[in-house]
Design a protein around this ligand. Structure first.
Ligand code: NAP
Length: 248
């Protein structure tokens, strides 16, 4: 698909990786629709003639259904859906050092699965239905993580991302006949505010030493991966590991 023809929905596009991708595509795409849950954050984003902004909690199925209806009936729809909204959460299965509950919190487990997995299903099922009924070509890009391979201390996060990779493969098989591709990007450690927040400096420098190219990934490298997937119509059902070789 030509990027100039793309009309792109980015969930969690209010900040971080999603915002960088949305802003990058805004320079080249026909339309970018940013969805994020924080109304103030959405209102504060700079206006652009090709930008449409919505605040929506993508874990709320009915809200997602209404949002997608509006996007397709009022905003001309989208042909690229980037499922980026996510939360990074670290917690061991059993924490012997905890004085109170030692088991992984069930609330935290459900919250991570809700945002990182259920919301991807809610958004994609609604968007794919519209694409199919309107007989239009499309693309779904899911943002996974290197943690999908399994990461100690990240049960919920790793499980949610592994499931997203399984959905990518499943949907590429199901939706191919409708000319809808589905692909995935699995970033390693990127230089983002959320990475700085979730990892101590010590942990960050340890991880960097394990990366064969010995540095964090840059947002520009994620944007170029998204552009590659949009343009290359033979890339389908696969996970593009963008991790500097860390997963080898
Ligand atoms: P981020 O800076 O926290 O941005 C994520 C955005 O999604 C935030 O604006 C967040 O809003 C929003 N969001 C969260 N839950 C939502 C919901 N229910 N409905 C709508 N919006 C919601 O995170 P990031 O680092 O850019 O990560 C983006 C994606 O990349 C995630 O899927 C993450 O797992 C993946 N990833 C990141 C890295 C990395 O190095 N950063 C590495 C591997 C994978 P709030 O701030 O209000 O929660």
């Amino acid at each position: 698909m030509e990027i100039s023809q793309s009309r792109v929905l980015v969930t969690g596009g209010g900040k971080g990786i999603g915002n960088f991708i949305a802003n990058g595509l805004l320079q080249k795409a026909a339309r970018v629709i940013i969805v994020d849950q924080d109304e103030q954050l959405i209102n504060d984003l700079a206006e652009h003639e090709n930008l449409v902004k919505y605040h929506c909690d993508v874990t709320d199925f009915s809200a997602v259904e209404r949002l997608v209806e509006q996007i397709f009936e009022k905003d001309g729809g989208v042909n690229v859906c980037i499922n980026n909204a996510g939360i990074i959460h670290s917690e061991p299965l059993v924490n012997l050092l905890s004085r109170q509950e030692k088991k992984h919190s069930i609330t935290n487990w459900q919250r991570v699965i809700d945002v990182n997995l259920n919301a991807v299903f809610y958004v994609t099922s609604n968007v794919a239905e519209k694409m199919i009924l309107k007989k239009q070509k499309g693309l779904v890009i899911n943002i996974s993580s290197i943690a999908a391979q399994g990461n100690a201390g990240q049960s919920a996060y790793a499980a949610s991302k592994a499931a997203v990779e399984a959905l990518t493969k499943t949907w590429s098989k199901e939706l191919g006949m409708f000319k809808i591709r589905c692909a995935c990007i699995a970033p390693g450690f990127f230089d983002t505010p959320s990475t700085q927040q979730s990892l101590s400096e010590n942990m960050l420098s340890k991880w960097q030493k394990l990366v064969p190219v010995a540095r964090l990934g840059k947002m520009e490298e994620l944007l170029s991966a998204v552009e590659f997937i949009i343009e290359n119509e033979y890339f389908n059902g696969k996970v593009l590991a963008l991790d500097g070789g860390l997963s080898i």
